[in-house]
Design a protein around this ligand. Structure first.
Ligand SMILES: [Cu+2]
Length: 116
């Protein structure tokens, strides 16, 4: 037991010295959704507002052209697929799919802009 703990601490400090921080940083903190019914800037604004009000939300990204909505979660906060679906469905949109990743919102934004 003690040995196990010591090994873990050693591994953690080794990782830290190599420039890696906590494992949690690689956890999926970005929730990307394919949403149907996004038509205009008001849709984007409304969705940003609704999702932005949620406690776990750090930042919202809406790409109208591709029908993509993404939410970056605050550290240590969670947002279930069901909760996200509920908000968007209630607002009149259809969620086609939800995908979680560790891709930062800025990177996702750049990638979406670059796609045709
Ligand atoms: Cu609209």
């Amino acid at each position: 037991m003690i040995h196990h703990v010591i090994r873990c601490i050693a591994a953690a400090s080794l990782a830290a010295s190599l420039g890696f921080t906590a494992v949690a940083q690689d956890a999926p903190r970005t929730v990307q959704m394919k949403v149907d019914g996004l038509v205009c800037a008001f849709c984007a604004q409304g969705i940003s507002k609704k999702l932005g009000k949620m406690q776990a939300t750090q930042e919202v990204l809406v790409n109208l052209e591709l029908g993509v909505v993404a939410v970056a979660l605050k550290p240590g906060q969670e947002l279930s697929d069901e909760a996200l679906r509920a908000v968007l469905t209630e607002a009149g949109y259809t969620v086609q799919g939800i995908h979680r990743s560790a891709e930062p919102l800025d990177a996702l934004r750049a990638r979406l802009k670059a796609s045709p």
